[in-house]
Write a protein that binds this ligand. Sequence first.
Ligand code: IPE
Ligand code: IPE
Ligand code: MG
Length: 232
Amino acid sequence: MCKGSPAHVAIIMDGNGRWGKKRGISRSEGHYAGSKRMEEIIDASIELGINVLTLYAFSSENWSRPHDEVKYLMDLPVRFFHKKLPEFMKRNIQIRISGNLTPVPGKTREVLEKAVTSTANNTGMIVNFAFNYGGRGDIVHAAKMLMEEVRNGKISEEDITEKKLQQCLYTGDLPSPDMVIRTGGERRLSNFLLWQSAESELYFSDVHFPDFTGEMFAKAIGQQLGKRYLSG
Ligand code: IPE
Ligand code: IPE
Ligand code: MG
């Protein structure tokens, strides 16, 4: 019998900047091409029956990039959800955000929060965007939440277990990823899902994310797609 798709796949979508550079265009154009490819990977994930797809879109370390590039990366979700939110509603997709939205510019934060609240009752695939996310920060944030609960008398020290801490992470009730994929040739986690990936299979591809097709994605998880996707 054919093995089914993993329940939760997480992707470090790396290589956008180099993809642009290789073509003599800007890094930002590379990010745009990456966002188009991301649409294709979401479509492929639905076809493959994945329950949760986590996409690393902006790390807590990415603020140190040049101002214009950060600005572009902050504007990208605004464009993306303007186009895709009605479709996500129609396709019963639930959007989640993992990360600290407090320092994110107002317009972007509003769009991300709207995507989460308006899809909260959808029961289909979950697409979880890791945005201003860092694994160490995630654990610190969880530790502070636990401390608050102890201080309020809601829990006592003995109640702090691995399970309890895990529930306080930005990923909350989501299952841990079965597989973490990194495109772009680097073989590191770059502060992604440090706690959650403790038992995940790691898959590295040398292909820059804007060239990472639905078929490549399906192959990474040991599956095959029934149809070919062409992203615009
Ligand atoms: C990953 O691509 C996307 C983000 C960090 C937002 P990069 O921008 O890191 O691309 P490379 O690694 O420089 O090619
Ligand atoms: C990881 O890629 C972050 C995202 C894909 C959003 P980076 O390019 O930022 O990571 P490093 O700098 O190679 O560690
Ligand atoms: Mg990179």
